[in-house]
Design a protein around this ligand. Sequence first.
Ligand SMILES: Nc1ncnc2c1ncn2[C@@H]1O[C@H](COP(=O)(O)OP(=O)(O)OP(=O)(O)O)[C@@H](O)[C@H]1O
Ligand SMILES: [Mg+2]
Length: 271
Amino acid sequence: MTANAEPLHEAAGELPFYLPQGNEVALFEHAARHQLPVLLKGPTGCGKTRFVSYMAARLGRPLYTVACHDDLTAADLVGRHLIGDGVTYWSDGPLTRAVREGAICYLDEVVEARKDTTVVLHPLSDDRRILPIERTGEVLEAPPGFMLVVSYNPGYQHLMKGMKPSTRQRFVALRFGYPDARQEQEVIEGETGVDRDLAQTLVNLANALRALKDHDLEESASTRLLIYTATLIRSGFDPVEACRAALVEPLTDDPEAVEALMEVVLASFGR
Ligand SMILES: Nc1ncnc2c1ncn2[C@@H]1O[C@H](COP(=O)(O)OP(=O)(O)OP(=O)(O)O)[C@@H](O)[C@H]1O
Ligand SMILES: [Mg+2]
């Protein structure tokens, strides 16, 4: 399991950089105030994780992040008995810690987790707000500060792996997409310090790549990849080579598709 052993506390007064796309900040704050769980959906690299860190810092709550995968069980979230120095002791998982501390627990790619995790998520995400710990017999009541946030990428879902309606309908759901051109340019400038012209060229290029439908790409160029590209160019790499390494090769393994995408790159830089 990949989880922060310690909660992430942002330095007081210093919020991570986040440029809102719409009313997501107000919706999240409302959900936090009214003790509602939140579901974020959207393609890779569009700002979901950044948004959660920003909101945790803004609300002044500790944040536990768990990257879910197909071996993740309820015990990974809740905790388990461990043996040390010949004695058995109980060790809280990240979800239990978050409940005890009134923190935000963020389950990234939640659809990947094993089905048995829904048993612990359901009573926590409706108005009961309880976490029964079967192994110890404890039943924890979540304090007002506790908040469950989950995210997934609808594009990757296998038919069998969708979220069940009974789970989905416990959440306030926010859909994320890539920011519009103006905002994406500001995000790139804000994150990397490149000048406006370059940020604009990269955003136009990304939108041209996103518009290409005939290359069977699983996902399109993300804001994250644009940031990688801008960072390479800023450190002195040739822009076309930076685009190849950070924008085009990560999208596909098919050499013909790479060359087709590189045509678009070359055109953007007037070569
Ligand atoms: N609205 C935004 N404001 C500030 N930075 C942003 C914004 N959107 C995207 N970014 C930048 O894009 C990068 C990728 O975003 P993030 O890691 O949050 O994506 P994600 O949606 O969690 O992706 P994944 O589904 O792959 O986990 C961030 O590190 C940040 O630099
Ligand atoms: Mg993420």
